[in-house]
Write a protein that binds this ligand. Structure first.
Ligand code: ATP
Length: 298
């Protein structure tokens, strides 16, 4: 049953081209409408010494000291879920080479969990379907099913119900994550304070997504950039001056548009050419900020 004792997987970062909260679901969850895109900025996950074992046992390591290398790590949780769903007890060493900024709104942890689910499934001869892997993944986090499949997708529900979209056309994306961190619960509290139940009484209006979907269908990257939206952006950037400055520098550096990803504080800019993206990266650097140039994963 074991096909490989070592597998390597890339865990790609995600950006949100559209992110809206459309109401509340049972259990107090927020109802999400989002278009997500994986980009080539990625963590590299190596799973080795994969063996059958009496009990599941995983050793996690990471190049970044602030990543928890114990049962709190999403890679560890994913490995346990794989054992539970497949009925196979596994032991393995999992190394995460982390390149994605942490607590940035780019699904860094979720993508590592998704990579481990894909990797272990590969090692065991693809014994679980992609649908099953997504189902298991949704127990780790709402954005894990998207991280399993990647590319371009619309998601609703808690953000875990996926609808695949046409690939984003090739463009250059400059990503930066600078300044004070943002915790996702804090960002949701900010929104709740403004919109409470997300109905018209609180001034909330759902953002029309039709223009973005049309432009993805047409492969019109300038219009895709123009149609981007994130409901978290205005309230979070009002509290995060450094991220605001990064966005302004991207616009000054020639981005067609720039937007915060997820609940922030990462910001990404869309550029028509690699040269333009690299010039803006230099402008960020001259102002003391680090940017990563990447392209959409297709
Ligand atoms: P999202 O976009 O899904 O909200 P994020 O970018 O806000 O994710 P992460 O980078 O996933 O946030 O990290 C959030 C916290 O999760 C970290 O502070 C860390 O303690 C914990 N964590 C658990 N597993 C991982 C992992 N594999 N990589 C990074 N962080 C992890």
């Amino acid at each position: 049953m074991l096909s490989y004792s070592t597998v390597k997987e890339k865990g790609y970062a995600k950006i949100n081209l559209h992110l809206d909260i459309t109401g509340r679901l049972e259990g107090g969850y927020h109802a999400v409408a989002t278009v997500m895109q994986t980009v080539t900025l990625c963590d590299e996950i190596t799973i080795e010494d994969i063996k059958h074992s009496d009990v599941p046992s995983f050793e996690i390591s990471c190049n970044k000291p602030d990543v928890p290398c114990d049962e709190r790590n999403l890679a560890y949780k994913a490995a346990l879920l794989f054992c539970e769903a497949s009925g196979v007890n596994v032991s393995a060493k999992i190394h995460i080479e982390k390149n994605i900024p942490m607590a940035a709104g780019m699904a860094g942890g979720s993508t590592d969990g998704a990579a481990v689910l894909r990797g272990l499934n590969k090692a065991f001869g693809e014994m679980l379907s992609t649908e099953r892997i997504c189902e298991i993944g949704s127990r780790l986090g709402a954005d894990v099913p998207f991280c399993v499949v990647g590319g371009t997708a619309y998601a609703d529900g808690k953000g875990d119900v996926l609808h695949v979209l046409p690939n984003m056309p090739r463009c250059y994306i400059l990503v930066a994550c600078e300044g004070e961190g943002v915790s996702t619960p804090w960002a949701y509290k900010l929104l709740d304070g403004i919109y409470s139940d997300f109905n018209e009484n609180s001034g909330y209006e759902p953002k029309d997504i039709g223009g973005l979907l049309d432009s993805l269908n047409l492969g019109d990257k300038a219009r895709i950039a123009a149609e981007m939206y994130n409901i978290f952006e205005a309230p979070v950037l009002a509290e995060r001056p450094v991220a605001r400055k990064v966005k302004a520098l991207m616009m000054e550096g020639g981005a067609v548009n720039a937007m915060m990803s997820g609940s922030g504080p990462s910001v990404f800019g869309i550029f028509m050419s690699e040269d333009e993206a690299k010039n803006a990266q230099r402008l960020l650097y001259d102002n003391g900020f680090k940017g990563y140039v990447c392209v959409p994963c297709v």
